[in-house]
Design a protein around this ligand. Structure first.
Ligand SMILES: [Zn+2]
Length: 132
């Protein structure tokens, strides 16, 4: 190969980019030709002020309740707890989509104060809160 032929081969190699050859754009280097034709609206990116968002609301009537149980007796004085007086604490609704309709299971934690003043609160099991 002559020097001139080698020079031409090298020059053609250098002048190739993703626009005029099959070279990928990642080999074009830092000088990119691309620029968006879109003109700026002057607004900040993302949701605009005044836009009414939509969030999944809790259903008024759950199909089913799951109450996470309180202990049967006080953990301090060991007095039997009047469980029917328990108040609903945290509510979380899990929406399941069966074949035909929605099934809404409302999971509730309970809280109850013993006669001695000790407050008991049931917890959502870790197996429920942790992603499978
Ligand atoms: Zn007690």
């Amino acid at each position: 190969m002559t020097l001139l032929a080698r020079l031409e081969a090298l020059e053609s190699k250098v002048n190739k980019n993703s626009y005029n050859s099959s070279k990928p754009p990642s080999t074009d280097g830092l000088a990119k030709k691309t620029s968006s034709l879109r003109e700026s609206s002057g607004k900040p990116p993302g949701g605009q002020a005044g836009h009414k968002g939509s969030t999944l609301k809790q259903a008024m009537q759950p199909t089913e309740h799951i109450d996470y149980p309180l202990p049967g007796q006080c953990e301090r004085c060991h007095h039997e707890l009047p469980l029917h007086d328990a108040l609903v604490g945290e509510r979380r609704q899990v929406v399941d989509v069966p074949v035909a309709a929605f099934d809404v299971v409302e999971q509730r934690t309970l809280s109850l104060r013993c006669q001695c003043g000790q407050l008991h609160t049931s917890a959502v099991p870790a197996s429920v809160t942790e992603p499978a």
